[in-house]
Write a protein that binds this ligand. Sequence first.
Ligand SMILES: N[C@@H](CCC(=O)N[C@@H](CS)C(=O)NCC(=O)O)C(=O)O
Length: 219
Amino acid sequence: MQGFTLIMGNKNYSPWSLTAWLTAKTAGIDFDEIVIPLNVVNTRQEILRYWYNGKVPILKHEDTTIWESISICEYLAEVSTKQSLWPASKRGRAVARSLSAEVHAGFKTLREQMPMNVRGSFPSGSRTPLVQEEINRVTAIWRRCRERFGKDLGGPFLFGSFSILDAMFAPIVTQFKTYSVDLGPLERDYLDAILNLPWMDMWSKAAHDEPMIIDELER
Ligand SMILES: N[C@@H](CCC(=O)N[C@@H](CS)C(=O)NCC(=O)O)C(=O)O
């Protein structure tokens, strides 16, 4: 399938770009990448050349533009002929979609106080209660999905096979690694399953090779 272009931010720093990119790769979509450096003077102007919302990721498919990472993932699920990107059961899909929407709309403190920095390593002793609350909510979701849906379906992901919900969590997985978040065995296994995906390895290597450093995020 051709005619796709993903406009995205730096691989080291852009969580929503990772979600869209990982979904597109998993979907078997052949796409071009345009990377716009974030946090520089002309970031907004550059993004506005592609779409009016001024945020990445943006997916162009022939004459159609899709924006907001969750909508991009939904579109990729519709056009993919290679891989089902939502759980097989109706109930599973409903829960996975609800949780994906929760991730998309939430975890703002976690994103602000522990920003994605794939190549960074910032073990930090203390966390604010609000960040800890959000970390606890993430790990509770992981445990509940693995126990209720994942483990009976085969595969190491939240609903067994890889789904869009895993792509929504992939940036948070990298944040947990970067900031050495304490995890129990089940959550650790899930984190490793995401980090060991070949596409994640490719993303991580590219993030390490990017020359640009955003000072305020390289603490
Ligand atoms: N809700 C949007 C969020 C997109 C977003 O915040 N993107 C960041 C990069 S990860 C961005 O474009 N930042 C550039 C800016 O705000 O100038 C989505 O899910 O796609």
